[in-house]
Design a protein around this ligand. Structure first.
Ligand SMILES: [Fe+2]
Length: 288
């Protein structure tokens, strides 16, 4: 299953880290406080009941002190994330072991394909919703404590994920994914309980809701070195801005190569990118 579905389709799997004392609340608070002191950009938390599924990351409310968010996690409506937990040597042992095992099971060489790795820990209050979003990371999300439901959507369903959303996501706005309540029935709800986990391919949209319990999960994730996907969507973003109707990525091998070349030189300013792509691709269809 890992070999066949890796970064293509979501799937559930089992793990054995649910009882690891590194994921007890006192130990996690210690990690969070150290992260806040040394690497504050890698700690995020908020508080707020009744967050709508479609809220954007930056719509969240005020936050209490970190200790309070932990101590009153039962009723603060909190969402706490600790990035780069593997910078702590104790968490690094767990993270590296998970990575080795996922790598072996998937039959891929993660070291060759990976750009930035992240041991990301989520601690969330009862009933708390993690809003609808798409990610740029390849993700193995492991449930450690509490239970919740993840609603997975298929990025190939273009009603759910229009090309323009992916283009905007990769080019300019990581909040570009828009929840469409009328299409909720197209999602697959999957139960996450202590001892299982889910593989989430890059760009498959999802949202989550806790049961009436505190939830702790570990996301072992990484971005890819290969920037082709980002380049193709960015190229299409600029082409569409220029009034063209570009082919979706991975449907035209020749066009993909041209777009990838045009967008590869680190960051290409929008106007230059459009000129370069227009030169390379005379065949794009004008929409207006
Ligand atoms: Fe996610």
């Amino acid at each position: 299953m890992f070999k066949e579905k890796f970064n293509q389709h979501p799937f559930l799997f089992e793990h054995r880290i649910a009882n690891n004392p590194l994921f007890s609340m006192p130990r996690l608070l210690k990690l969070a406080l150290e992260t806040q002191a040394v690497r504050p950009q890698e700690l995020y938390y908020d508080a707020g009941h009744n967050v709508p599924i479609g809220a954007r990351w930056n719509d969240m409310g005020d936050k209490p002190p970190l200790e309070e968010a932990f101590q009153r996690i039962q009723d603060t409506g909190s969402w706490i994330t600790i990035h780069q937990a593997q910078r702590d040597p104790e968490y690094a042992v767990v993270f590296n072991e998970c990575m080795r095992e996922f790598e072996t099971l998937s039959g891929r060489d993660f070291k060759k394909m990976m750009r930035v790795e992240d041991a990301l820990i989520f601690i969330t209050s009862p009933k708390r919703i993690t809003t609808y979003h798409i990610d740029r990371e390849c993700n193995f999300l492991m449930q450690i404590s509490g239970s919740k439901t993840i609603h997975m959507f298929d990025q190939r369903d273009k009603d759910v994920v229009p090309e323009t959303e992916l283009e905007t996501f990769w080019a300019v706005d990581k909040n570009a994914g828009r929840y469409k309540p009328e299409l909720q029935q197209r999602s697959t709800p999957l139960r996450l309980v202590p001892g299982n986990g889910i593989h989430i391919p890059i760009n498959d949209p999802h949202w989550l809701q806790n049961d009436d319990n505190v939830s702790i999960s570990l996301s072992v994730n990484f971005t890819l070195k290969d920037s082709e996907r980002a380049n193709l969507y960015r190229a299409n973003y600029f082409l569409r801005k220029a009034g063209l109707q570009p082919d979706p990525p991975f449907t035209s091998p020749v066009g993909d190569v041209m777009k990838n070349v045009a967008m590869s030189a680190s960051y290409v300013p929008a106007r230059s990118a459009i000129r370069a792509i227009r030169r390379l691709r005379g065949q794009e269809t004008r929409t207006s």
